[in-house]
Structure formats: C-alpha cells, structure tokens
Design a protein around this ligand. Structure first.
Ligand code: HPA
Length: 277
C-alpha cells in the first residue's frame, strides 16, 4: 500500500491536472503490457494523488483499444487503493441533459471483443467476483459529500451503458438502451470497473454529460468536437469537485482495516495472478 490517497483516470477532455505539484512520473509496465499513459504522481491541496490519461496524453488510444487491464494493474502495482474515473458521456433519460454531472450507481455492458477480465489466459484460475454493486459505495459517498460541500449540483444515480464505439450509436440502439434502463451512454466504463473489482480496488466514476441521446432525437449525431467543447465548459466545476473530494479523502487504509467490501472482493478466491503486497 502507498500513501497515494486517490488515483484519477482522466477521460476525453481531461489529459492532465495542471495544478499538481512536485510531480514524479512513473512510466509503468505491467504483466498485461503498458498503460495508456505514464502515471503522474504529485500533490494537490497537500494530498498525494496520481493521475493517468485513459486515452493517452495526446488522446491517441481509442476506447476499444485502451489496455484497461494494464491501466488498472499499473495503479495496483503502485500500491494505490482508490480510483476515481472521469468519463464524458451522452445522456439518455430526462434527468441527464448536457452538463449534468452524475455519480452513476449501475452499469450495463454492451461492449464486445475487449479483454474483460484478468482470467483471460488459457488455464488461468477463473475469477467470479461479486459485481452486484459495480461502484464503491464509500467512494461514491465521498464524491457526493464533496459536491454538497461546494454546493455543486450532482445527480446521485445513473445507469451507465457501456458501448463498444468508436462509432456513435444508432437511433435503435439508443432506444433499446433507454428501454433497458440506461441513463448514460459512454464507451469506456467497461471493462474498467470490472477489472478494478478483480484487483480489489475501490473504484467509482464521475460522469459529465456532454450531449443528449448521442444526437439521435435532435436529428444530428454529436461530434467529437462538440463533446470536447461541452466538456471544457464543465471543466472548472469538475476541478472544484476534485479539489473538494481530494481534500476530504481519508488516508489509505491497509487491507485489514479497510471497511469497504471492494477490498474484500478476492477473499477466498484462487487468483490467476500474484498481487503486490
Ligand atoms: N455516445 C457514446 N459515447 C459518448 C457520447 C455518446 O453520445 N457522448 C460522450 N461519449
């Protein structure tokens, strides 16, 4: 375990945290290969945090090409215990218009062909981790409390539908997702969350809505440029939220004293890998 209070994974539109002080860079290389970007470790508001750009610092890695296993394993190897992912998403239901910020509580996975698990290798032990609640309840509560403290409106629920991309969705796909119960659509929520659970990490997501219905009701598809523009307008609010959340983040607890069930997700299971101590 390290003294890093929180790792942040930046998605589309968030490639660095400029306010990070005394930055140390770890290139990272894992048993699953190289992560999308180096990990920048530094201080924000006196707390030690880590940052990684999910799509690479120059946004060169497409959602379906991200090595989710390497990204998460790299954070685990650094002794990190808590991970907050930032995701630009489309809103599907009424509560999720552009610029709404949400802490989702559920996931439906529509992705395919990605390496979804740490049990992919032939002959490896199979991991059946509990994923009933895909996000860490404690970390979600921390983020919601941090938003309340700065009086930032935030939606405390949301079902994240993870699509394969990189293309946007058809009208019928959005209709189906709405029928399925999704509130949000994005391309990177899975398998990131599931792999975090397989590594017994506390993991949650802050989703920023950049467009509604992938443009299908409005009659025109959203463009990557529009996603970036709306995200940029939400960036100040997001930075305030991160500052508030990091300021209140407790010191990392060791495995024995952590109360959170995420940290117990591998108890009693035979692992296909060795975990760092
Ligand atoms: N669809 C999928 N992914 C997205 C969208 C969308 O509309 N907006 C931002 N990420």
């Amino acid at each position: 375990m390290s003294d890093i209070a929180l790792a942040i994974i930046g998605g589309t539109g968030l490639y660095q945290i400029a306010a990070l002080e005394n930055v140390e860079t770890r290139e990272g290389d894992t048993v699953y290969g190289k992560p999308s970007a180096p990990v920048r470790i530094g201080y924000l508001g006196g707390k030690k945090i880590a940052f990684m750009a999910r799509h690479g610092e120059g946004h060169s890695v497409a959602p379906h090409k991200v090595n989710y296993r390497a990204n998460m394993r790299c954070l685990k190897d650094l002794g990190i215990t808590k991970v907050l992912a930032i995701n630009a998403v489309g809103g599907i239901t009424d509560a999720f218009g552009p610029r709404v910020v949400s802490v989702p509580d559920q996931i439906i996975d529509y992705t395919y062909g990605r390496l979804h698990s740490l049990s992919e290798e032939p002959g490896s032990e199979v991991l059946h981790v509990d994923f009933t609640e895909p996000y860490c309840a404690k970390l979600r509560a921390n983020i919601l409390r941090a938003a309340k403290k700065i009086e930032m409106p935030i939606v405390d629920f949301g079902c994240y539908g993870a699509t394969q991309g990189p293309r946007l969705e058809t009208r019928a796909e959005i209709t189906r997702m709405r029928r399925d119960g999704c509130d949000l659509v994005g391309m990177t929520g899975m398998p990131e969350a599931a792999i975090a659970r397989e590594l017994a990490l506390c993991f949650t997501t802050v989703a920023l809505v950049t467009d509604h219905d992938a443009g299908v009701d409005a009659g025109g598809a959203v463009t990557h440029e529009e996603v970036l523009q709306v995200f940029a307008r939400s960036l100040e609010g997001l930075k305030s939220l991160l500052k508030s959340a990091i300021g209140a983040m407790p010191a990392p607890e060791d495995d024995e004293s952590a109360l959170c069930s995420c940290r117990r997700s591998l108890d009693g299971l035979r692992l296909p890998f060795a975990l760092p101590r």
